[in-house]
Design a protein around this ligand. Structure first.
Ligand code: ATP
Ligand code: MG
Ligand code: FE
Length: 347
């Protein structure tokens, strides 16, 4: 069966098509440029951009796959978490399609989508695996068994800023362009990662081993920049040192989770998984610990519809019950189940 996935939780409008675990189409439109001058995503602008982009993006996905709307057997859509106005546009579009085509609708948790993105590149996830989600809005460590049948165990989250948010905010302080993550990554080339001793938050023996905190790091970077006063800021050194601190904390905690739960596969997803130092350190530490590392390619790490279609495809194949057409969004949906409604036991 052929599943269309729609994503509109933030500033990317995505449509993807997946069938039996195979990626058939992956189309994304971003309103990032429209938010750049505000230094962050403006919810109203994002919602309106989805309204413009949704139909063309679905069309593009169908064209890529060489399919017609009538070929779609199920529609999956992000119901949360995310910006409510943005989510509503995607859900309204998905409901309309499901109703008009007479096919089932599945409400998907955005973070489960990020996890499933990796299956499109590396095949089914081993059970269990540890997943580190690092993006602009989330920094979470998960223990995943069967993604669509079993509850997802949330090991830890950031207690304040997400890692991507930290990169974005520090980039601004360093005078780098938006979005800050890629800019910090580029600026760090040639910098000395040991130049500035930035803190490693929540890594003490009494700290929650799976909780993250990045707002202190942001403040430390701002203070370091301030100390330079009118003298030119050694941005390369600052960026390399910040990246080192973030990569160190992320990989240390992810590997600690693998060890504690006896898990041999680590999956890293989300926009910050694109960071060159995060990737390199994860590879280095996983190799040393005998852990298999899975990181999807960049286009599947950031928000997209293919990852939502991937969850929809798993739900369809597991015989999960579809969502009723009156289903609503849940902007702060907790991640316990991949689908909006848990799969009934034994189904
Ligand atoms: P969420 O998925 O949590 O709702 P989001 O859609 O903003 O949030 P993504 O699109 O997955 O998240 O990722 C965007 C984030 O990734 C931004 O904070 C951006 O700065 C960061 N990022 C992208 N590339 C890099 C990089 N090379 N190094 C560090 N950070 C990066
Ligand atoms: Mg985004
Ligand atoms: Fe996301």
């Amino acid at each position: 069966r052929i599943v269309l996935g729609i994503e509109s939780s933030c500033d990317e409008t995505g449509a993807g098509i997946v069938s039996e675990g195979r990626l058939l189409a992956h189309a994304v439109a971003s309103s990032m440029d429209e938010h750049a001058r505000f230094g962050g995503v403006v919810p109203e602008i994002a919602a309106r951009a989805h309204l413009h982009a949704l139909n063309p993006v679905v069309r593009e996905a169908l064209d890529q796959a060489g399919l017609r709307l009538a070929d779609i057997d199920a529609v999956a859509v992000t119901t949360g978490p995310g910006l409510s106005g943005a989510l509503q546009v995607g859900l309204a579009g998905a409901k309309t399609l499901a109703y008009a085509l007479g096919v089932p609708l599945y409400g998907v948790h955005h973070l489960a989508g990020h996890v499933a993105a990796d299956t499109l590149e590396h095949g089914p996830l081993p059970d269990p695996c540890v997943v580190l989600i690092v993006s602009g809005g989330h920094t979470s460590l998960l223990l995943v068994r069967d993604l669509v049948r079993d509850p997802i165990l949330h090991l830890g989250d950031t207690v304040d800023d997400a890692a991507g948010e930290c990169f974005d905010k520090v980039a601004r302080v360093f005078g780098l362009p938006y979005p800050g993550g890629p800019a910090i990554d580029r600026a760090a080339r040639g910098g000395d990662p040991a130049a500035v001793a930035f803190p490693r938050p929540l890594t003490g023996p009494r700290d929650d081993p799976y909780a993250f905190s990045f707002s202190g790091l942001k403040t430390a970077a701002a203070r370091w920049a301030e100390r330079h006063g009118d003298t030119p800021l050694p941005v390369a050194d600052g960026a390399a040192s910040l990246q080192e601190a973030v990569a160190d904390v992320l990989t240390r905690k992810a590997l600690a989770a693998c060890a504690a739960y006896g898990v041999s596969t680590l999956v890293v997803v989300g926009g910050v998984a694109a960071n060159s130092r995060v990737r390199a350190l994860a590879e280095e530490r996983c190799a040393a610990a005998g852990i298999t590392l899975r990181v999807p390619r960049m286009g599947l790490c950031t928000d997209n519809g293919a990852m939502i279609a991937a969850v929809g495809d798993l739900l369809v194949r597991s015989g999960a019950e579809p969502a009723p057409l009156e289903v609503s969004i849940d902007p702060s949906a907790p991640l316990e189940y991949a689908a909006l409604r848990p799969v009934a036991a034994g189904s």
